[in-house]
Design a protein around this ligand. Structure first.
Ligand code: PLP
Length: 523
């Protein structure tokens, strides 16, 4: 079996130097996290010529994605890759361009990553990963590496849960359960989740906050006895498919390469001329994808790392010390970037340290024992030539939404606003591609505050806060003339909720709920 398997497919090792033998793409995808706690990274980063990059502009987006995937020597037949991409990037997006670029002026190009079914950029990866996950599980079964199905378990503070539900619904060999904090997500976010269609999905509200949700999910994942029971009684293993999975990073590399081709095609950039990229960053996944695109030959010069008031990355880029010892977790208008530990940074450090797994292992050990680590001088200098950080305050964020609307008649969400404000601060001579990560109507509360000159800490007026999320969006649309609210958000009040369970956050209660759901899947 091993002999017949072409070794050129064994392309993935881990960041902490534990996997001495590389594994294929399908194994990396199914495992998610590598043995030893590190992240999977390719042994070689493929490169594209400028001609190849420019030629992408002639293809539909799904073919661009397939073209780039094939360069990574993925151990799936080419027709399977093509078919997965057709399903990932088709009419599930509200435009055939998938992620169109709106240029505000000659040097500011907004890459709209929110045209997918949940109106946030996580769709770009989560409409794609599930198809590759399912195909990979099948391949692993055929190689005799596993003999079971999967249940994806996600604890969400809002956006990821819905994107994962939409991505995995209807996918063969997988079911998905999502836990969200009862009362801890916005009206829009809750309605998006509890109205999800599909037979292989379930959603629970958990009594407690997001931390309670996440803690209970982690406990369930590490309960070995529970895993054994699930496997023996139901033929199912749990998986998380979270943002450290290589299968979530690779789809994001695609749109940076594709966007460069697109900018050239539209005559906004001369082929070969450099651009800078600005990304609103939380877990460091989206900006890392831009770095990979640069390594692969895309003419990207600088990477602007935009943070909100949780400025651990801004400080790290300045000092080389990543320190969360005395750092408070700050609530901001851009909640999907409220993060202290940016997991995907580990992959960049691995590359910049000259693939030194021992160094990474020791830094990550420092982080978990001392809540801080300091990288070598050589890594600091490699970082300082490519990455530039800026931290945007809550007030600046809201002021930016207002000023961009007034100056450009373009409405942005608070995450995009953080990136726009950082671009203004960090801009050099190159045109900038700004990653826009959510449609404004996902965060109507803060957009309303911004447009009405309220402070981030101000309450909404009583009559406004009495509105549903959909009604508030309608009000903003009427006030601004921006009637482009995506159907998936506009119609939520009219949709029937399918899930109304509220459960306790303890391990036993979550496990019972999961078993009931999984048993119902396999009748
Ligand atoms: C997840 C998310 C981010 C942060 O992306 P990372 O890859 O974690 O850096 C930014 N904006 C929105 C709207 C998100 O949902």
């Amino acid at each position: 079996m091993t002999d017949a398997y072409p070794s050129r497919f064994n392309r993935f090792v881990d960041t902490r130097g534990v996997c001495t033998t590389p594994v294929p793409f399908t194994t990396a995808l199914i495992n998610g996290l590598a043995p030893g706690g590190g992240l999977y990274v390719p042994t070689e980063i493929p490169t594209l010529t400028l001609e190849e990059i420019l030629s992408l502009a002639k293809m539909p987006y799904a073919q661009r994605a397939a073209f780039i995937y094939k360069r990574f020597e993925i151990d799936l037949p080419e027709d399977v890759i093509d078919a997965c991409m057709e399903r990932s990037y088709g009419d599930n997006f509200d435009t055939p361009d998938i992620c169109p670029i709106t240029s505000l002026d000659e040097t500011t190009h907004m890459l709209e990553l929110w045209h997918g079914p949940t109106s946030a950029f996580k769709d770009m990866a989560l409409q794609c990963l599930p198809h590759f996950f399912s195909a990979s599980a099948k391949a692993c079964k055929e190689r005799g590496e596993l003999d079971h199905d999967f249940c994806i378990l996600v604890a969400t503070s809002g956006d990821t849960g819905k994107a994962a539900l939409e991505g995995f619904k209807g996918v063969e060999g997988v079911c998905i359960g999502v836990l969200f904090p009862d009362g801890g997500v916005s009206d829009i976010q809750r309605k998006q989740m509890v109205t999800t269609t599909g037979d292989n999905v379930y959603v629970w509200a958990v009594r407690g906050n997001f931390d309670d949700c996440q803690t209970s999910a982690k406990r369930v994942f590490s309960d070995a006895a529970f895993a054994e029971t699930l496997l023996a009684d139901h033929g199912v293993a749990l998986s998380s498919a979270n943002s450290i999975n290589w299968g979530r990073l690779l789809p994001q590399v695609v749109y940076y390469i594709s966007s460069y081709a697109e900018l050239c095609k539209q005559g906004k950039v001369e082929p070969g001329d450099p651009i800078d990229v600005c990304v609103p960053t939380g877990n460091f996944g989206n900006i890392l994808a831009a770095w990979y695109a640069k390594q692969m030959g895309t003419p990207i010069d600088a990477l602007f790392c935009a943070s909100n008031e949780n400025r651990v990355l801004t400080d790290f880029l300045e000092t080389g010390t990543y320190d969360i010892k005395d750092r408070a977790f700050i609530l901001t208008p851009s909640p999907s970037m409220d993060i202290l530990v940016s997991s995907n940074l580990e992959r960049l450090l691995y590359q910049l340290s000259g693939t030194n797994g021992d160094a990474i292992a020791s830094w990550m050990n420092d982080l978990s024992t001392n809540k801080a680590f300091t990288v070598d001088e050589s890594v600091v200098s490699a970082l300082s030539t490519q990455f530039f950080g800026a931290s945007i305050t809550n007030e600046e964020c809201l002021a930016t939404i207002r000023s961009v609307f007034e100056e450009h008649d373009y409405l942005i969400d608070p995450h995009t606003a953080v990136a726009y404000a950082a671009t203004e601060r960090l801009r050099r001579n190159n045109p900038v591609l700004v990653a826009c990560t959510a449609h404004w109507a996902k965060f109507g509360n803060n957009v309303y505050k911004a447009l009405h000159g309220l402070k981030p800490i101000d309450e909404l007026p009583a009559d406004v806060s009495a509105l549903t999320g959909c009604q508030l969006n309608k009000l903003i649309a009427d006030e601004t003339g921006k009637h482009d609210i995506p159907a998936g958000l506009a119609d939520l009040d009219a949709m029937t909720p399918r899930f109304s369970d509220v459960i306790d956050g303890n391990e036993a209660s979550v496990e019972n709920a999961l078993v009931r759901f999984i048993a119902s899947q396999r009748v």
